[in-house]
Design a protein around this ligand. Structure first.
Ligand SMILES: [Fe+2]
Length: 386
């Protein structure tokens, strides 16, 4: 019976693809603030996209024309986006207007200005209850965005359960269509995004196709500045990366942190795995390597005070040497339980599906984490120390 219900729910979710788009338009922001518009039409079509960027009262229009194939995701680079610039686009398929997206100005945070970041992870859907939770979470994220628009949304990885399964990716885009188009999306690759892909030493194809631009490093890492903030996204799937590629990432991380420190920027690190957690995963090779090799790098820079991760399927916040480590609860993934004594843990909650709104009002950072029943799980603030 449960299986039948799962099939029915999945069918309902997938059935909404019937129509114009297999994947509704959404935008990613990656290395050096490059914005990519992504969509997947159901039918081949002649496409016209009118792109408008506005800043300080000046508008730039551009019309992109091309023939779109229904056999693959369409990826259109919209160039870079500047602080306080608005972006909107209209999509016409065979001369018929199907979609219009008006993104709010990318309010890159500066002195005396605020900015919001949405944060979630492990959106993978494993079973019937996972699908139900993912749908409820998407409703929650939509509501929070309406009340507190977030300029960027961070997904710390394990976007799907089996990275090689296109049906799962399409299901993810259907469930998340309430919020993905309304913001700039940032994602880290999780271990599940590699499942069944037989991929080593680079990001898996579906993940790269959906969340990276054609210009991004195939190591999976990206970095860009938004006003006073620098986002640095690492690929921590060390089990599928060769030693030389891992070393390349450390070298890259140091150079990005160096440049951020010289510009007096506040760095936010995003990665799938977490160095500190109340999970038995703590003693496994990847978290151990993060503690032994990455944490000393982070602690040598004063401007790194926030690390966002997922993977553990439990909500947890730790603090060590002035660095806040936040682990999102799962979205559609199963729950894990407390199984290790983490001496740096400051807040922990298991069996909870979470979304965190991060409000940045320099130099104050506030987390508001909600569960899918819209209860506040935790509210916490810290002030960036110089
Ligand atoms: Fe994971």
């Amino acid at each position: 019976m449960k299986n039948l219900t799962l099939i029915a729910l999945t069918f309902l979710a997938l059935n909404t693809f019937a129509g114009v788009f297999r994947v509704n338009p959404y935008q990613t922001i990656t290395q050096d603030r490059e914005v990519t518009l992504n969509f997947w039409p159901v039918n081949d079509a002649a496409v016209d996209i009118k792109v408008t960027k506005k800043k300080n009262g000046f508008a730039n229009f551009e019309i992109k024309k091309f023939q779109a194939s229904s056999s693959e995701l369409q990826k259109i680079s919209l160039g870079t986006i500047a602080c306080n610039e608005t972006l909107s686009y209209e999509i016409f398929l065979d001369k018929f207007k199907y979609d219009q997206v008006d993104l709010p100005a990318l309010k890159c945070v500066e002195e005396n200005k605020s900015m919001n970041i949405g944060f979630l992870s492990d959106t993978q859907i494993k079973n019937e209850s996972g699908l139900e939770r993912a749908i409820k979470l998407s409703e929650l994220v939509e509501k929070i965005h309406k009340d507190n628009p977030f300029e960027v949304l961070v997904n710390a990885g394990d976007i799907v359960q089996v990275g090689a399964n296109i049906t799962e990716w399409l299901q993810f885009f259907d469930v998340s269509k309430t919020y993905l188009p309304k913001t700039y999306n940032i994602a880290a690759a999780g271990n599940h995004d590699y499942y069944d892909t037989n991929t080593t030493n680079k990001t898996p194809d579906f993940f790269a196709n959906f969340f990276r631009s054609k210009n991004d490093s195939n190591l999976g890492n990206v970095a860009f500045e938004l006003g006073k903030i620098k986002f640095i996204v690492l690929n921590t799937n060390f089990n599928v990366l060769s030693e030389d590629r891992i070393q390349l990432q450390w070298k890259w991380l140091k150079s990005e942190l160096d440049s951020a420190q010289k510009k007096d920027l506040f760095s936010v690190l995003v990665m799938h795995h977490a160095p500190y957690s109340s999970s038995a995963e703590y003693i496994r090779p990847i978290p151990r390597r993060l503690r032994e090799q990455m944490v000393p790098i982070l602690e040598s820079y004063k401007n790194v005070q926030l690390v966002l991760s997922g993977h553990l399927h439990m909500y947890e916040r730790s603090l060590k040497d002035n660095i806040n480590y936040l682990i999102a609860g799962p979205s559609g993934g199963i729950y894990n339980v407390l199984s290790y004594k983490n001496e740096y843990m400051k807040f922990f909650k298991q069996f909870v599906t979470t979304f965190t709104l991060i409000k940045i009002n320099f130099p104050k950072i506030t987390f508001e984490t909600y569960d899918i029943d819209q209860n506040l799980v935790e509210k916490f603030s810290f002030t960036i120390k110089k």
